[in-house]
Ligand binder design. Structure first.
Ligand code: ADP
Length: 225
């Protein structure tokens, strides 16, 4: 049973790592941004409410995201654990997650913070492409698709996200600094935070995450004994 949270600024590699964790450990990758974008695309009521915030690079109100995530986390595949990408993003969201886990006697295995300096983030996001069908992520310089503009996984045409224009990216980084960075202290205080240099390469980051998960599992086994 592995419940992992990935933290870090936009472009720090959370999505890439979370999908690698999903393939390697068979736990679902749950990305709040992907869930929100799907609802925007389907024009559901929640999607219509979330869209203006997302277009401006602001956070969608906590109550909207918390309700959406509560639903997703109660689906049956999440019983075996999950890797969360993009949630929690505020202290209120982290508290809501704790309030969900505690009554069930559950806890997070670890919170991994991917540290990446801002100039590197701006470079990464300016060349990021995503698949609108299967949410695979590419980077034109460092992680290109085999055929330019075409998804390796499903063959759909890749796009640049609407919120990846330079002024919206700057806004998202500001929002991260003010609303999400405080989560580092929140989880540090609970002894859950592990920091990884997010610039050491995709495979090296994944190897560090594997080490952290093994350590967490060993710790959990000790608590049971
Ligand atoms: P990134 O991590 O690259 O910023 P995401 O795909 O996680 O991108 O999020 C895109 C947008 O979706 C955010 O800018 C925000 O508007 C909204 N969003 C995603 N997750 C949350 C969340 N947990 N709380 C509030 N808004 C969210």
């Amino acid at each position: 049973m592995t419940r992992l949270v990935l933290l870090g600024p936009p472009g720090s590699g959370k999505g890439t790592q979370a999908s690698a964790v999903q393939s390697r450990w068979g736990i679902p990758h749950i990305a709040s941004g992907d869930l929100l974008r799907a609802r925007v695309k389907e024009k559901t009521e929640l999607g219509e409410r979330a869209k203006p915030y997302m277009d401006r690079g602001e956070l969608v109100p906590d109550e909207v995201v918390i309700e959406m995530m509560a639903e997703r986390l109660s689906e049956s595949d999440a019983r075996q654990g999950y890797v969360l990408d993009g949630f929690p993003r505020t202290v209120a969201q982290a508290e809501a997650l704790d309030e969900r886990l505690e009554p069930m006697g559950q806890r997070l295995a670890a919170v991994v913070y991917l540290r990446v300096p801002e100039p590197e983030i701006l470079r990464r996001l300016s060349g990021r492409q995503v698949c609108p069908e299967c949410n695979a992520i590419y980077q034109v310089d460092t992680m290109p698709s085999r055929e330019p503009g075409v998804c390796d996984e499903c063959g759909a045409a890749l796009i640049q996200r609407d919120d990846e224009q330079p002024d919206v990216v700057r806004k998202r980084l500001e929002v991260y600094a003010v609303q999400t960075r405080p989560l580092l202290d929140y989880y540090r205080g609970r002894g859950l935070l592990h920091e990884i240099d997010g610039t050491i390469g995709v495979d090296n980051v994944l190897a560090r995450i594997a080490g952290i998960l093994e350590e967490a599992q060993a710790g959990a086994a000790e608590r049971v004994e």
